[in-house]
Design a protein around this ligand. Structure first.
Ligand SMILES: [Fe+2]
Ligand SMILES: [Fe+2]
Length: 339
């Protein structure tokens, strides 16, 4: 059913009643128009708006690992606006097509939108996994570490990545909460991509660049993220440590016991890369990149995080509406993108 062109009165008359039996649907990408459903999702946006005649309604968006869904609540907007962003909620309502995409018209009952207690959140519903094969990623990691010439550095990296309390966390960790690589194995995927870009930049010049530093710096630049984020049933959360210390400082603390055999200059260069990789003081780096290798890793990090973000925005937009010519406004990058 299509609500386009309907007046508010018609929409309200057409709204759901609690006589319907709501079918529990697991994932957003399984929803069909015209059905009455109950679905769980993470609340990712909410906004009260009003009609010309002053009636309030709540527009919200929920998401799971398969996609996002807009909801409209004509009946209890003030009550439901109080739910926090990031909470997992359960919604009952009718699925319709509006503005060429699926929408849930939320039921009039006051319990049609409810926060789901943590113990009732379904496993594997919110955490996305990397689309790349994790074994292949790990093989690439091995291959890159083998390329290192400085023996002590190679040994330290082998211990960190394959034989320490950090190894598993590094391989499973996401690289962000929601912006880029916000999924299991995301940190490994991002670090390898930064390394690949860094080596390509290095090949373009005949400068005397230290490849060992580029390899170690790329692989370690975000290692603090293994303690900055945690994976929960509702997705990815920031830890208290991440909030208070941040991944650059956490990274230095984590690495200190593993780099004791490495030459002081090499170790400081790696720490410098970790602390400077955001490139500017206002982006959280306490020092600016002051070596060519640090500049390269900063640029490679920027390229990878931004391109992945744009790609995701384009995919999300096409998922919502395959005919879109432009993405939604991407707040962090301050623009829309042409599809
Ligand atoms: Fe970072
Ligand atoms: Fe990064």
């Amino acid at each position: 059913m299509n609500n386009e062109g309907m007046s508010l009165g018609e929409m309200l008359n057409n709204s759901n009643s609690n006589d319907f039996i709501y079918e529990k649907i697991n994932f957003i990408n399984e929803l069909e128009p015209g059905t009455f459903v109950e679905i769980q999702g993470k609340l990712i946006s909410k906004r009260i708006q009003n009609t010309k005649d002053g009636k309030n309604f709540l527009l919200l968006t929920i998401a799971d690992k398969t996609g996002s869904l807009r909801g409209i609540d004509w009946f209890n907007p003030e009550k439901n606006e109080k739910i926090n962003l990031g909470d997992i909620i359960k919604i009952r309502g009718k699925i319709v097509v509006f503005d060429s995409r699926l929408q849930i018209n939320i039921d009039k009952n006051t319990d049609a939108v409810e926060k789901v207690p943590y113990e009732d959140i379904e496993e594997n519903k919110f955490l996305v996994e990397s689309k790349l094969d994790s074994n292949q990623l790990i093989n690439k990691l091995k291959k890159y570490i083998d390329m290192i010439n400085i023996e002590e550095l190679k040994n330290s990296l082998n211990t960190i990545f394959f034989d320490s309390n950090l190894s598993n966390s590094y391989k499973n960790s996401p690289a962000a909460m929601s912006i880029h690589h916000a999924y299991k194995h995301g940190l490994l995927e991002h670090s390898l991509s930064v390394l690949n870009i860094s080596l390509k930049i290095c090949e373009n010049y005949d400068y005397n660049l230290n490849k060992d530093i580029l390899i170690a710096g790329s692989l370690l630049h975000d290692i603090g993220k293994i303690k900055e984020y945690k994976i929960t049933k509702s997705g990815i959360d920031k830890t208290d440590l991440g909030e208070m210390i941040g991944h650059m400082n956490i990274g230095i603390t984590l690495l200190e016991p593993f780099l004791s055999t490495v030459n002081e200059d090499i170790k400081n260069h790696i720490y410098h890369i970790i602390l400077s990789h955001h490139g500017e003081i206002e982006y959280g780096s306490p020092v600016l990149p002051k070596t060519m290798e640090a500049m390269i890793i900063h640029f490679a990090d920027n390229i990878d995080s931004k391109l992945v973000q744009i790609d995701q925005t384009i995919k999300d937009t096409i998922n919502e509406n395959p005919d879109s010519k432009w993405t939604n406004f991407e707040k962090r990058l301050g623009r829309k993108f042409k599809i």
